[in-house]
Design a protein around this ligand. Sequence first.
Ligand code: PEP
Ligand code: MN
Length: 339
Amino acid sequence: MLIVVMKEQASVKQIGGVLREIESRGLTPFLSRGKDITQVGCMVKGDSAQIEEKLLGLDGVERTFASSRPFRLASREFHPENSVVHVSGVPVGGERLIIMAGPCAVEGHEQLQTVGKLLTELGVPMIRGGAFKPRSSPYSFQGLGEQGLELLHEVRNRTGLKVVTECLKPSDVELVGRYADLIQVGARNMQNFALLQELGRCRVPVLLKRGMMNSLEEFLMSAEYILANGNQQVIMCERGIRTFETMTRNTLDISAVPVLRRLTHLPIIIDPSHAAGDRELVPALSLAAVAAGADGLIIEIHPEPDKAWSDGPQCLNFPGFRSLMTQIKAVAQAVGRTL
Ligand code: PEP
Ligand code: MN
């Protein structure tokens, strides 16, 4: 991708001139507007010398360079400043650390209302809960489906909590998008390209989880599928990868936080619950994630974890979550984040 860096004082008219020049050659310009830096990217096939010369001659243009990354719109080269994704008014990727918490699966009205009440009391802005569950066994509980979405909507109406819930297939994007403030792509679907393309065409922010056997470059390429199809609201989520270690459900790749931070402008959050698979380990992994610079956490909690229909062993109970929130606050403060 060829990137045009605009001068700091470049006017809207001058930026428009660059966009029009690119369009006049039958190419699509991608605009990256930060607080201080404005850049325009375009994919040039073949020799770019002629178009580069023309662009360099336009008013307001500082310089041009070719990006070397296979992921383009997701790269920090294209968008140097951190992006903030606004989830129905909740900014993810800013100074405030964003906590999302809730059960693995939506089980019923009572369960969600109890969780909703706790989150409101603790000032947690977002509730999670799967209505469509990607289960390893076809005989396991598959989620309440649309009824589960309605229960999430109910708790949203009552509390103002924003809803994050998973979508499993392209044909459900429209349905899930009607209920969700943030649509989750689960680890098993990270490379479901048809789903990513459909999410790119919708206007609801996406929480993209890293596949359990995918490299960070593949993870970024999956984000690129969503961005390239028009949806710029993507949050990256590391949730543990498969390694030789059997003591934990997955191995939390904590280095994913600083490595992704270097490569992309997109917000980065951590799911300590699916990484650990064990509630006793969730606090340590949560605190490590915050210390490493994550923009938020997505944590599984349940009023009665032993009775949970899925992922009970990794769900925190209410007292456990309450005490973890106090610890998170201390670490957040230490690394200059608010909660
Ligand atoms: C979940 O969030 O409940 C879930 C299924 O997560 P993952 O896709 O990371 O396994
Ligand atoms: Mn789960």
